[in-house]
Ligand binder design. Structure first.
Ligand SMILES: *Cc1c(COP(=O)(O)O)cnc(C)c1O
Length: 357
């Protein structure tokens, strides 16, 4: 088994696994309510919201699809710039929704002015944005895009922060974001199986008018249960034990220190790439700080590089995702990585490159 430097799921610490192995508790009782309540202050700080943060026993896609079903009565505008954001458009169509998109080349970021131009066509009531497009290493201009969307009354904004929540500051309330969501297996460094999300009052009000929201992903059910520090159905309690532990670690480190650590660790990988002539796939000025996506040079045996890195050094990096599989490779610096652990990876990658030369 290799230590994961792929951009999700990422490496989980032994302390996190230990926290998750606590004795099970019932979810309709004071113990669970305390557990749930304990997650709220740090999650709210990470998201930049005063709203309750809901815990969904699903991967991120559960909430991404739910946002469409709870909030889109007219037409959704999907902002597409990579595998995850492109797929959101496909998911809207598969739910039978009216959907349109702003599509940019993979590696580019969404231009807020293109969003404005599309919304001016009219008829939209929802916009989906992937903040950090994990497939391409692009971090979108969440502020610029939110500002544009907010200038169109009645249009709600859903933002996926799966690979950015806790790596960079997010200001949900200040930006007027209506749903902010993340799975926990990427930037939060937990095993997969839980998603966290918050809804604005406007999102809850919209959901209240939507027919056929179903039960499992009904935002009103989450809202109602959150008032009692609970979830609609039996949650993945072990993962919430792990979440409580990780949030405690985040509070101990401090948010600013955590953001600075991600930035510094990301720079180590950028510098490593520059030393070896690997070009960044993401456009300059729009690069993620939680992962790096490099272009695979023509004459570079990427498969051998990744394979040897794993077999000889026990480190896993990723060979590209979706239609850029093989044409790019990605390295994560999310979660608990330190300067020391990033340098261990870098030393190992240098060793493999030396043997390949
Ligand atoms: C991984 C990822 C998802 C999908 O998460 P699942 O856990 O597979 O549902 C969505 N958005 C982004 C940006 C991701 O990185």
């Amino acid at each position: 088994m290799a230590k994961l430097f792929i951009p999700g799921p990422i490496d989980v610490s032994p302390e996190t696994y230990a926290a998750m192995s606590r004795t099970m508790i019932g979810h309709r009782g004071a113990e669970f309510e305390e557990l749930y309540a304990s997650t709220q202050p740090c999650l709210k700080a990470l998201m930049g919201t005063q709203r309750p943060v809901f815990l969904s026993t699903s991967s991120a896609w559960g909430v991404m699809e739910a946002a469409l079903r709870n909030l889109c009565a007219k037409k959704v505008l999907n902002l597409c710039c990579g595998a995850f954001s492109d797929k959101w458009f496909g998911v809207a169509e598969s739910n039978g929704l009216q959907a349109d998109k702003v599509q940019v080349e993979w590696g580019e970021a969404i231009d807020p002015e293109a969003v404005r131009a599309k919304l001016e066509e009219g008829g939209f009531d929802l916009v989906t944005l992937v903040h950090n497009e994990t497939s391409t290493g692009v971090m979108n201009d969440i502020e610029g895009i939110a500002k544009v969307v907010k200038s169109f009354p009645g249009v709600l904004l859903v933002v996926d922060t799966v690979s950015s929540l806790s790596a960079v500051p997010i200001a949900m309330d200040d930006l007027g974001i209506d749903v902010l969501l993340a799975g926990i297996q990427k930037a939060l460094a937990l095993p997969p199986g839980l998603a966290v999300f918050a809804c604005s009052q406007a999102a809850i009000d919209r959901a209240a008018e939507m027919p056929n929201r179903g039960y499992y992903f009904d935002f009103l059910e989450f809202e109602k249960n959150a008032q009692k520090n609970n979830t609609p159905s039996t949650p993945s309690i072990s993962l919430i034990f792990g979440l409580q532990y990780i949030l405690g670690e985040i509070e101990k480190e401090g948010l600013e220190a955590r953001f600075a650590r991600h930035l510094a660790n990301n720079k180590l990988i950028h510098d490593w790439g520059a030393r070896h002539g690997f070009e960044n796939f993401a456009a300059e000025g729009s690069r993620s700080v939680s992962l790096t996506c490099f272009k695979t040079p023509e004459d570079f045996d990427q498969a051998a590089f990744i394979k040897t890195l794993k077999s000889k050094h026990g480190f896993a990096i990723n060979g590209g995702y979706g239609k850029i599989k093989g044409k790019t490779f990605r390295i994560s610096n999310m979660g608990n990585e330190t300067e020391a652990t990033m340098n261990e990876l870098i030393t190992a990658m240098d060793d493999v490159l030396a043997t390949m030369a």
